[in-house]
Design a binder for this molecule. Structure first.
Ligand code: NAD
Length: 257
């Protein structure tokens, strides 16, 4: 239990990668502030079953005033946030000349600007305690591009840049800031893309998964939320105290090509 007594806030932690990371941090004893939509009660129960304290705030990560309310809720409940995981994210796939303006704005707000707001509000407490871990869920799309994902690629490249700047601003402190860059992880966000491919090509779900992996991910295996959770635990450990400003790919070889 390396994180007993710490509080972690994971945005978008009712599903997929965020829930996987919340569970890994809770296994190490961290209390959790969960956030996100959908099966809130299921996520709360899964984390609470690990014997830690759990709070929840339903802030929309696209809305700065709601983010401020969430950070105030975390401070009031647990006396601040020691581990901040900026994970909430959405996707929209379309070519630029057909990209809905409203989707562009939402992706930039939720996938990029929300991390600025949570970070600016979490840093004063971390500085006062001279300890903190900020982990930004970027993507391989923070390192390389794919067609038809302009807003997502722009937001994730922005998030990697924001990670580096934040890391430098706190480089002489006990606060570290890093990004995790997964390739394909089979979550609801990716299942939508599998469904679209199956419909487009008239193939089964299994064939669509195979073809998705075959295009980009040499291991031909999905990364799992559990694997990303364990990497987050490592980044929170003393062994990672001097890992700063990195964008750590977990992508089955995608960006090695
Ligand atoms: P997911 O759809 O399973 O989960 C997204 C989470 O974010 C959910 O809890 C959802 O409720 C929450 N969320 C969505 N919009 C929100 C909003 N406006 N405010 C608050 N919460 C909101 O997706 P996932 O695949 O687990 O993705 C998590 C993160 O990992 C995202 O930032 C995504 O870009 C990134 N990522 C995913 C993959 C992948 O292959 N799945 C790869 C690389 C990076």
């Amino acid at each position: 239990m390396t994180l007993k007594g710490k509080t972690a806030l994971v945005t978008g932690s009712t599903s997929g990668i965020g829930l996987g990371i919340a569970l890994s941090l809770a296994r190490q004893g961290a209390n959790l502030v969960l956030n996100g939509f959908g099966d809130v009660e299921g996520a709360k129960a899964a984390v609470a079953a690990l014997g830690v304290q759990v709070a929840y705030h339903g802030a929309d990560m696209g809305k700065p005033a709601e983010i401020e309310a969430m950070m105030a809720h975390a401070a009031a409940t647990f006396d601040g946030v020691d581990i901040l995981v900026n994970n909430a994210g959405i996707q929209h796939v379309a070519n630029i000349d057909e990209f809905p303006v409203e989707r562009w704005d939402a992706i930039i707000a939720i996938n990029l600007s929300s991390a600025f707001h949570t970070t600016r509000l979490a840093l004063p407490g971390m500085k006062a305690r001279n300890w903190g871990r900020i982990i930004n869920l970027a993507s391989v799309h923070g390192l390389v591009a794919s067609a038809a994902k302009s807003a997502y690629v722009a937001a994730k490249h922005g998030l990697v840049g924001f990670t580096k700047t934040t890391a430098l601003e706190v480089a002489t402190s006990g606060i570290t800031v890093n990004a995790i860059c997964p390739g394909w992880v089979l979550t609801p966000l990716v299942q939508k893309q599998v469904d679209a491919r199956a419909a487009r090509d008239g193939i089964s779900d299994a064939k669509a998964r195979e073809s998705l992996l075959g295009e980009k991910q040499p291991s031909l295996e999905f990364t799992t939320p559990e694997q990303l959770g364990e990497l987050a635990v490592f980044l929170c450990s003393a062994a990672a105290a001097n890992v700063r400003g990195q964008a750590w790919a977990v992508d089955g070889g995608w960006t090695a090509q």
